[in-house]
Design a protein around this ligand. Sequence first.
Ligand SMILES: *Cc1c(COP(=O)(O)O)cnc(C)c1O
Length: 407
Amino acid sequence: MKRRDIIKFFSAAPLTGGIIGAILPYGPVKAEPAPPKEKRDLIKELGLRTFINAAGTYTTMTASLMHEEVLDAINSSAKEFIMLDEVHDKVGEKIAALCKCESAMVTSGCWSALVLGTAGVLTGMDEKKIAMLPNVESLEKNEVIVQKGHNHDYIHALTNTGIKPVEVESAEDLQKAIGSKTALMYFLNESAPHGKIMHEEWIAVAKKNNIPTIIDIAADVPPVENLWKYTQIGFDLVCVSGGKAIRGPQSAGLLLGKKEHIAASRLNGPPRGGNIGRGMKVNKEEMFGMYAALDKFVHLDHEKEWKMWEDRIAVIENAAKKVKGVTTEVIVPPIANHTPALKISWDVNQVKISRKDLQDKLRKGTPSIEVMGSEDNIINITVFMLKPGQEKIVAGRINEELMKASV
Ligand SMILES: *Cc1c(COP(=O)(O)O)cnc(C)c1O
């Protein structure tokens, strides 16, 4: 071939290494495929126990497993530098669209969404105030109103910012508590039944008095609609766990809501320093992973998922029920971990094993299985964290141990 012809040839033919290698004397040499590397198994190396999670999305158990797409998203972002604020902007925009709200940011768990959301409300865009937190005495507004039934554990996320919680019980209490120092009104969704004031009334009072509202719905998806329900009924900020049923990175969460508040919340954390959120860093990997997980979750066939959970429950229920003296009940918690769950209880005169011993036997068996328990003769099972097929193993092991303990 003449040089001209070679050029013509290349513009027409696909540029494969084979052709180049065959024609050009100094063309690229087709690399021999590298022998597959033996992957390092750190779990084995460190001697750690893995287990079938029939318990649920508990932090102690590392909560949830990420789908392949999520791991791919994490890996793809891990190999390049990108400006952190630019990832925040873009991923935030995409997440806001998925959750049908004005604005969003990825946080390090629902807990830090609560901290940063509160901090943003306290400081706005004022850098002096941001630098002051958690010393809020000199702030004009430094109180957060909370209902008595909602005022436990998670309030610590808010008091981290320095605020003083003001507890109320009745609607009259609420009216009296609102004053010039009120910065925010906080609502814990799972505790709604333990409070006297429900969402709509809480929001109405807040709006009338021009006070922002924040709600913790950490474990309250499914149903998927909850991702937009609470901003749509008027909460200014909504905090969600990323690593529970959504199956994003376990150390990620979502802060959803009003643009001005999200912007202020972002100023209270990295990449900026000298603020209360500096230790709640979320890098691009978690942001990409969170977005990919949410995208998958929102577009899932949720009815199909639900049916799959019911089928899994049935497999375990049928195996357990075969044992004389055992009773089962399928329960769906109305809020928080709203998925089908199975309660297995037994008559201790017919099945002579304590709940703790049964848990221990399941834990020490092969494969190891974790279940939750309540009273001395009750174990509780969820199936949404099982891998396909594991329900059969769980069913078999529970049946086996209950049988062994039967008199
Ligand atoms: C799990 C949970 C949290 C904490 O969420 P993380 O994502 O682990 O930070 C906060 N509030 C409630 C009600 C929860 O269930």
